[in-house]
Design a protein around this ligand. Structure first.
Ligand code: UT7
Length: 323
């Protein structure tokens, strides 16, 4: 018998305001054609004034609880992956804990930028296997619109706001790849590359700062590192490429997604793609894609899924799970 962290429910929340590329091209030297061709993005959602990451996270958490048929009191822990907390502290996770009226258990944030949800999933899995929690709400929530330099066309057209959440539950499995739940994880980081994607503000500067990115460099690392981490996690779980039902990648750029699918010999119709509608929502992108994939009737119980993501740090990783 092996303890497995199984997905019990999933949900997401996207802020009401939808901003198409054409709206950005009114105030910026850019075009719908450039943004679509270079990134695949057509529109993104932006949070309303006064709407913080914890508000988005709470809406996603409540949707995931409803999907699981559970109440806040049934949850032992909340892990929120975010790089855009409402405040420096307390954590977004404790804010969500309060907003859903959960008065027991524990809550904390994980910060691994766009790879945050993969790191949070892996952390939650380890805690469930160790017996530290039976049910964990794992949330990816971001308001990257707050970090944009609206005069920098090379970054501000790429990002959006949103949140996704899932409930992981401890369930007994046989220890084989036929088990439902998380089957393997692979985490990596290399701080030597911290200057190609970062925010130039924070506590030490007394400013919030803006996102800065050397897009071409990040792109180069992304295709190479994501294909490798996905390969490693599949080897770890003894799964071959043709067994995969869905790749659910971080949604940063359609060209990166296509490159990885090609390297893994998985056809694009077995990849969940939402980047056109959401832009890059950092740690929220994978749970959003999982939630929408299930809602659209694509992802079904027992499907074998590989997720992978890379972001600032650089930090990157992947998780393979059976839905
Ligand atoms: O989630 C974290 C991980 N992040 C990523 O994975 C992002 C990785 N990088 C990328 O997705 C791509 O590198 C970008 C979408 C950021 C950029 O695409 P690119 O094909 O690498 O374009 P580029 O940066 O080489 O820029 C090409 C040209 C430049 O003009 P010149 O120097 O060739 O004259 C840019 O100034 O496009 C120009 N450009 C723009 N033009 C119109 C840059 N941004 C824009 C814009 N609109 N918004």
């Amino acid at each position: 018998m092996t303890m497995r962290a199984v997905v019990k429910g999933i949900g997401h929340y996207l802020p009401e305001r939808v901003v198409p590329n054409s709206e950005l091209s009114r105030s910026l030297d850019t075009s719908d054609a450039w943004i679509r061709a270079r990134s695949g993005i057509e529109r993104r959602h932006f949070a309303a004034k006064g709407q913080g990451t914890s508000d988005l996270a709470t809406r996603a958490a409540l949707a995931a609880l409803a999907d699981a048929g559970l109440a806040a009191r049934d949850i032992n822990a909340i892990i929120v992956a975010t790089s855009t907390p409402d405040l420096t502290f307390p954590s977004v996770a404790t804010m969500v804990q309060d907003k859903i009226a959960m008065t027991t258990g524990f809550a904390f944030d994980v910060q691994a930028v766009c790879a945050g949800f993969v790191f949070a999933l892996s952390t939650a899995n380890a805690m469930i296997i160790a017996g530290q929690a039976k049910r964990i709400l794992v949330i990816g929530a971001e308001t990257f619109s707050q970090l944009m330099d609206w005069t920098d066309r090379s970054t501000c057209v790429l990002f959006g706001d949103g949140a996704g959440a899932l409930v992981l539950e401890a369930q007994r499995g046989d220890g084989t790849k036929a088990d439902r739940g998380i089957l393997a994880a692979d985490l990596n980081s290399d701080g030597r590359h911290r200057n190609i994607l970062f925010v130039d503000g924070g506590v030490s500067t007394k400013t919030v700062g803006h996102l800065r990115m050397e897009g071409k460099e990040v792109f180069r690392h992304a295709v190479e590192k994501l294909a490798k981490t996905a390969q490693r996690v599949l080897e770890r779980a003894d799964i071959s490429d043709h067994e995969i039902d869905w790749i659910v990648p971080h949604q940063a750029n359609i060209r990166i997604i296509q490159g990885i699918a090609r390297k893994m010999s998985v056809p694009l119709d077995r990849v969940i793609i939402t980047v056109q509608d959401h832009g890059n929502t950092s740690a929220a992108s994978i749970p959003l894609a999982l939630s929408i994939g299930q809602k659209d009737g694509k992802i079904k119980k027992n499907d074998l899924i590989v997720t992978e993501a890379i972001g600032g740090g650089l930090a990157w990783g992947s998780v393979v799970l059976r839905w």
